[in-house]
Design a protein around this ligand. Structure first.
Ligand SMILES: Cc1cc2nc3c(=O)[nH]c(=O)nc-3n(C[C@H](O)[C@H](O)[C@H](O)COP(=O)(O)OP(=O)(O)OC[C@H]3O[C@@H](n4cnc5c(N)ncnc54)[C@H](O)[C@@H]3O)c2cc1C
Length: 535
């Protein structure tokens, strides 16, 4: 391989590394992806993504491809006790605020194929499989990356930045020199993936049997697939549980036999809850399972990794172009580490309700949940809205409840075109202001502030604004929060939201201070990106 200095070398081509390669490639950067194994990992793991993640795929230009390999949930996610009584019913039907189905099921290798095909179709992204990274040295100006593989002897390449998307046992994390304490939640579960051979309607599509004799999860494994997850009981060893005979024995109770089912795989996983203290240092960064792991009860492991790279990619883009100092990457750690702790806490809280093997405790739990009418708001642990840690957020002005939260993607009409917001406004930062007239008629000071920050300003409302709110969802959202304008970043998280148009310049000043601050630009690369994707 030619020893050139790549803009970014990504270690690991799981879903997170592939997604980052695609995002940086779309922004015009030259990316090398190094993956240890010659072939993509063929067996299922993640099965669920939410509406925010659908929007991220849409932003990667892969909406149709991802829809083709996933299925939206049409009904409730139901938890039942051993007697078949409903303990909680969570509505997973319909469209979420990000404009995608609330819950989507898929098979991870199929989704990774979509991402892999997408990066392989890009001239500026190279995916090298069969290349195991064995050393990474940050020299200050550049990172030296050494790798070996079946096809080549040890080779060295260079990257302005190296991002370790190399999974739970991350080598890059080790080189970055951070700690990854355990937060104490260990249970073993047997995961059994199947392909039903019979025609059968699965209703509800996804459910949880909270039976202390054997807590069991029964979910879609994506189109044409079903997954069962069985908790290990204390009197069983991992080895006893992890056999094909045991898988069939447990499936029999669910009327699944070799006559009507193909067993795709079985594996025992020990679920862990961990996050790294630091996610960036110098020119090294980590993302995905390399930075955090969680039990899968909320289906958020991969989702969190994709949020990481949606956050990281626009910041790396700015740094590589010399528009921000390398210090901007510190906000990646600060923002994402706090946000992911929410997903981990939620996963643990759900797991504690599910992983009950004691009959008395289970009976008390069941009574409480049935008493609560199976209403998630009453019977599940309170879940605060996930929020970014302080970073590119206007901490001292605006409406605190919205700062660092995700902005919605309701539909709009722009001139003759109708569609979800992002399709009509592009993928950079955006100042959305309420108004029935075009933004051009707003306060000149607001315009000047937007121009200086290179943030387009658009009005959304019902008269003749830039974006017509035909569904009324935008007006409802602005009205509910009592806000007049909101500054949305390229990853759709909110820097700040203000209650009057007069505060727009102050909001933009906070944004500029956050993105322009930090140390001087880090060896900017040539500006070869189209303005449409500007961050
Ligand atoms: C049973 C189970 C169920 C789950 N369910 C869900 C779910 O429903 N929803 C959800 O969002 N998440 C779920 N997850 C989590 C999800 O599978 C992971 O979070 C996701 O795979 C992490 O992606 P990643 O790209 O960060 O890491 P990985 O998928 O682990 O990929 C890392 C890649 O890096 C490569 N690599 C490692 N070291 C090197 C090296 N030195 N050089 C080169 N390459 C290297 C590896 O070969 C691998 O390909 C589940 C996980 C499990 C186990």
């Amino acid at each position: 391989m030619r020893d050139t200095v790549h803009d970014v070398v990504i270690v690991g081509a799981g879903p997170v590394g592939l997604a980052l390669g695609r995002m940086l490639g779309l922004r015009g950067h030259e990316v090398l992806l190094l993956e240890r194994w010659p072939e993509a990992y063929p067996l299922p793991r993640a099965v669920h993504f939410d509406d925010e993640i659908g929007r991220i795929f849409q932003n990667m230009g892969l909406a149709e491809e991802i829809r083709a390999v996933s299925q939206p949930v049409p009904d409730h996610y139901e938890w039942r006790n051993a007697a078949g009584q409903a303990l909680v019913r969570i509505d997973w039907s319909g469209t979420g605020p990000s404009g995608w189905p609330t819950a989507n099921f898929f098979c991870q290798p199929e989704l990774e194929n979509v991402l892999s095909d997408a990066v392989e179709g890009m001239d500026n992204v190279t995916l090298l499989r069969g290349a195991e990274v064995v050393d990474v040295v940050d020299t200050g100006d550049v990172v030296e990356v050494s790798f070996t593989g079946a096809l080549a002897k040890r080779q060295r390449v260079h990257g302005r930045f190296v991002v370790g998307c190399d999974g739970a046992n991350s080598f890059v994390r080790e080189r970055l020199g951070t700690t990854m304490p355990d937060h104490g939640f260990f249970y073993d579960w047997l995961i059994v993936d199947t392909i039903p051979l019979d025609e059968r309607e699965w209703s509800p599509m996804n459910w949880q049997l909270c039976d202390p004799a054997r807590p069991t999860t029964v979910v879609s494994g994506g189109p044409g697939r079903r997954r069962w997850e069985f908790m290990r009981r204390p009197e069983e060893t991992r080895e006893e549980l992890d056999t094909e005979e045991k898988a069939w024995e447990l499936l029999k109770a669910w009327d699944r036999t070799p006559d009507n089912t193909r067993l795709e795989r079985h594996a025992v996983y020990t679920f862990a809850a961990r996050w790294a203290e630091r996610w960036n240092r110098g020119r090294l960064v980590i993302a995905g399972d390399a930075a955090h792991q969680m039990p899968p009860f909320a289906g958020q492991g991969m989702c969190s990794g994709l949020r990481d790279v949606a956050n990281l990619s626009w910041k790396l883009d700015r740094v590589l172009r010399g528009r921000s100092g390398i210090g901007l990457l510190d906000t990646y750690t600060a923002e994402r580490r706090v946000h992911v702790q929410h997903a981990i806490a939620m996963s643990i809280a759900l797991g504690k309700v599910i992983c009950v093997l004691d009959e008395d405790q289970a009976a008390a739990r069941d009574a409480r949940m049935i008493d609560g009418g199976a209403d998630p708001a009453r019977v599940l642990p309170v879940s605060e809205q996930p929020i970014l840690g302080p970073g590119v957020t206007a901490e001292d002005i605006g409406v605190p409840a919205l700062r660092g939260t995700l902005a919605p993607q309701y539909p709009v009409r722009r001139a003759a075109r109708r569609g979800p917001l992002d399709e009509l406004t592009g993928y950079g930062p955006l100042l959305l202001a309420t108004g029935d007239r075009a933004a051009a008629e707003l306060d000149p000071a607001a315009h000047q502030a937007c121009e200086q920050a290179r943030v387009p300003m658009l009005t959304v409302g019902t008269g003749t604004p830039d974006l017509v709110d035909e569904s009324g969802e935008w007006s409802h959202w602005f009205g509910t929060h009592g806000i007049a304008a909101v500054l949305v970043r390229p990853d759709h998280y909110i820097t700040g939201a203000v209650t009057e148009h007069g505060t727009i310049p102050a909001l933009l000043a906070r944004y500029r201070a956050a993105v322009d601050g930090g140390s001087p630009p880090a060896n900017p690369t040539v500006d070869h990106r189209s303005p449409a994707t500007s961050a």
